[in-house]
Design a protein. Sequence first.
Length: 111
Amino acid sequence: MRFLLESTLFKYAVLVAMLPLWLPFLRALWEDLNDSLREEGGLLGQPPSPEALQRMRMERRRQTDVMFSEPLPKRGQAARPSMARKTTIPGRGLGTSEKQRKGPKLRGGSL
């Protein structure tokens, strides 16, 4: 049994069996790194032309920033409103009615 656990074939089999767990993480990491280096051509690409670079910068300005910093309140201090409440998430953001924010009402029964 000890020989089986130390074999290379067993280790590769475990990696393949765990593929559904680590592949989405690697894909998200690749997309995030590629997006952050988009102005330089991505991880493996060529640097974009000046026109394409200008279009990328305009597109990036239109996107809302999903990363923000919010300081923790000190003891005895009230928490400030969250930045997340100021974003315009469809159905939850500013400019939506109360009915839209609550979402559809579910009627009786169970799934």
